[in-house]
Design a protein around this ligand. Structure first.
Ligand code: GAR
Length: 187
C-alpha cells in the first residue's frame, strides 16, 4: 500500500501526534507523518518531531498570510492529508478551500454536541450521561464536517473535568488511527 504523506497540526502536548507517528510505523497504516506544524513555538508535542526526526514548522498566526506560507510548505512536501491533533486555532476558510484534500480533526466530545472549546467543563455542567470523542472531516464551519467515527463511554457520578479528559484521551488514541484506516485504508 502506498502511504499518504501527512502533516499533523498541533498546539500542545501532542499525545495524539505521538500515537499517529507510532501507528504509522505499521506498513499497513495509511499515512506517514512527514511534517508537523505548530502555532506555539513551545508546544510540548514538538519533542516528538525531534525524537522521530520529522521536519517541523512553527507558524505565527498573527502574521498576515501565514496560512499561505504553511500551504506552500505543505505543497512542497507533497502532503496529501492533514490531521489536526489538538490544534487550537481555526483554520482560515481560504486554507481549507485551497488544500482540496482531506483535513481531519479529533474533538473531545460526541459531536454535534459541545463544539468549540472548554468541552469537558460544559459536559460536566450539563450533567451528560455519556461522552467520548469524534473524528471528522474539517469543513468551513467549526467542528461540523462529516463524521468519520465516534467512540463513547459512560460518565460515572464521580467523574470531573480531569478524569473525563484522561478517559476521553484514552479513547482518542484508539479512535484517530481507526478513523484514518476507515477513511483512507481502502484504495
Ligand atoms: C485532544 O484531546 C483533542 O481532542 C483536543 O485537544 C487535545 C490535544 O491533546 N482537541 C480539541 O479540543 C480541538 N477542538 P494532545 O495534544 O495531547 O494530542
Amino acid at each position: 500500500m502506498v502511504k499518504k504523506r501527512a502533516c499533523v497540526f498541533i498546539s500542545g502536548k501532542g499525545t495524539n501526534l505521538n500515537t499517529l507517528i507510532k501507528r504509522s510505523r505499521d506498513n499497513s497504516f495509511p499515512i506517514k507523518v512527514e511534517l508537523i506544524i505548530s502555532n506555539k513555538k513551545n508546544a510540548k508535542g514538538l519533542m516528538y518531531a525531534k525524537k522521530f526526526a520529522i521536519p517541523f514548522l512553527i507558524i505565527n498566526t498573527s502574521k498576515k498570510n501565514y496560512d499561505l506560507k504553511a500551504l506552500n510548505e505543505i505543497t512542497k512536501r507533497n502532503i496529501s492529508v492533514i490531521c489536526l491533533a489538538g490544534y487550537m486555532k481555526i483554520l482560515p476558510k481560504n486554507f481549507i478551500r485551497s488544500f482540496k484534500k482531506p483535513i481531519i480533526n479529533i474533538h473531545p466530545s460526541l459531536l454535534p454536541k459541545f463544539k468549540g472549546i472548554n468541552t469537558y467543563k460544559r459536559i460536566i455542567e450539563n450533567k451528560e450521561k455519556m461522552t467520548g470523542c469524534t473524528v471528522h472531516l474539517v469543513n468551513e464551519n467549526l467542528d461540523s464536517g462529516k463524521i468519520i467515527l465516534k467512540k463513547s463511554f459512560k460518565i460515572e457520578p464521580y467523574d470531573n473535568e480531569k478524569t473525563l479528559k484522561i478517559k476521553t484521551q484514552k479513547v482518542e488514541y484508539k479512535s484517530y488511527p481507526e478513523a484514518l484506516i476507515k477513511l483512507l485504508g481502502k484504495y
